[in-house]
Design a protein around this ligand. Structure first.
Ligand code: HEM
Length: 377
């Protein structure tokens, strides 16, 4: 998508697509404004009547505006602070070790997405939410269906049946926790009150779907995209082997250079002018994070992968009140995954001539599979 973004930044940085009526925003400053000026650019979802999996997210953090947004978010911030998340590090390291043990039983090659990048975030969030291990398999299918959906197109039959499956599953889970509360996020959301009122069932469903589905695919892609960036930049790979402390800034550059979330939606809450264009109230807006993160006006040599970039004010986790709640967790998981890979497989490489196929989505950016090989440990 990157050459397309470059053209659009130059020629039509705020552009209305005649077919869908959506406004597309490509420059860093404009994208940042759209993401953070919540009074003008609402996160309210897909009009009044969202379809398909959209129904599930209609009452979630990511699709509400203040004041409800602030109230809902305050219920979960504690669980996701860097401090709370850091306490998970030993468990994440142990899980990573187990997944890598399993990966090596297949010999000297594997699909890194299937063996590590996909299962790690799913297991971590499932444990936080107290979800039985054997149920995890279904989430992959669910998240694939969710990300294949756009806001404007009507839901397909497959998406509708996935939605019913997810609703049924989460309702059963919520019921089970109601009768037997545990030390997990769902139990604490069931106990929570906002101004004397419990969360509504759609709000509970929204939290479950958002946490379980939205955060996983993205972290999977961060890990996969990081391995791909290192394969393309052997110099960086070599530096990291000597100096693992460079890993956090390397991951920030991966987030900028190959942003796992390429676009986010808003709706104009009032008429406004953006990049010289008059946008009417009610217009759907697509903020292209992936383009903002390659904007030369903000990043020198934006098309180069440079781990020494400083500052690196990428918008990969959004900006403002909706800034990614899971950012500390995603960063920690990716750091541990990459650290373990570099330590155990210093010569890990992407299999030459492998067909690298990207996921079919204009929202998330990552590989379907990533064949790698290594010399015996
Ligand atoms: C919000 C990206 C991982 C949970 C967001 C937003 C972005 C984003 C761009 C802003 C949405 C907006 O402005 O409308 C990412 C990326 C990730 C990642 C790139 C991985 C590399 C996670 C994880 C979790 C998570 C692991 C949960 C465990 C959330 C939630 C929100 C959010 C709950 C909504 C926050 C709000 O609306 O207040 N994420 N995310 N994310 N993310 Fe993430």
């Amino acid at each position: 998508p990157f050459p397309h973004y470059e053209q659009m930044r130059a020629a039509a940085p705020v552009f209305q697509d005649d077919q869908s009526g959506s406004w597309h925003v490509f420059r860093y400053d404009d994208v940042q404004r759209v993401l953070s000026e919540h009074a003008t650019f609402s996160s309210r979802m897909g009009g009044e009547n969202p379809s398909g999996t959209g129904q599930l997210f209609a009452a979630s953090l990511i699709t509400t505006d203040p004041p409800r947004h602030r109230q809902l978010r305050s219920l979960v911030t504690q669980a996701f602070t860097p401090k709370s998340v850091d306490a998970l590090a030993p468990r994440i390291a142990a899980l990573t070790g187990e997944l890598l043990d399993a990966m090596t039983t297949g010999g000297g090659s594997a699909d890194l997405i299937r063996e590590l990048a996909y299962p790690l975030p799913v297991i971590v969030i499932s444990e936080l939410m107290g979800i039985p291990a054997e149920d995890r398999e279904r989430f992959k299918h669910w998240s694939a269906v969710v990300v294949s959906q756009t806001r404007t197109a009507p839901a397909s039959e497959r998406q509708d049946s996935t939605t019913s499956e997810m609703v049924e599953y989460f309702l059963a889970l919520i019921d089970q926790r109601r009768s037997r509360p545990g030390n997990d996020l769902i139990s604490s959301l069931l106990a929570a009150e906002i101004e004397g009122h419990k969360l509504t069932v759609p709000e509970l469903l929204g939290f479950c779907s958002l946490l379980l589905v939205a955060g996983n695919e993205t972290t999977t892609n961060l890990i996969g995209n990081a391995v791909l960036c290192l394969a393309e930049s052997p110099g960086t790979h070599a530096r990291l082997l000597d100096e693992p402390a460079l890993l956090p800034q390397t991951l920030e550059e991966v987030l900028r250079f190959r942003s796992p979330v390429q676009s986010m939606y808003r709706v104009a809450a009032a008429e406004t002018v953006l990049g010289g264009q008059r946008i009417p109230s009610g217009a759907p807006i697509v903020a292209w994070i992936g383009s903002a993160n390659r904007d030369e006006q903000q990043f020198e040599r934006a098309a180069e992968f440079d781990v020494d970039r400083n500052p690196n004010r990428h918008l990969a986790f959004g900006h403002g009140i909706h800034f990614c709640l899971g950012a500390p967790l995603a960063r920690l998981e990716a750091r541990i995954a990459l650290e373990s890979l570099l330590t155990r497989f210093p010569g890990l490489s992407v299999t030459p001539d492998a067909q690298l196929e990207r996921m079919e989505s204009s929202i998330v950016y990552g590989l379907k599979s990533l064949p790698v090989n290594w010399l015996p440990e």
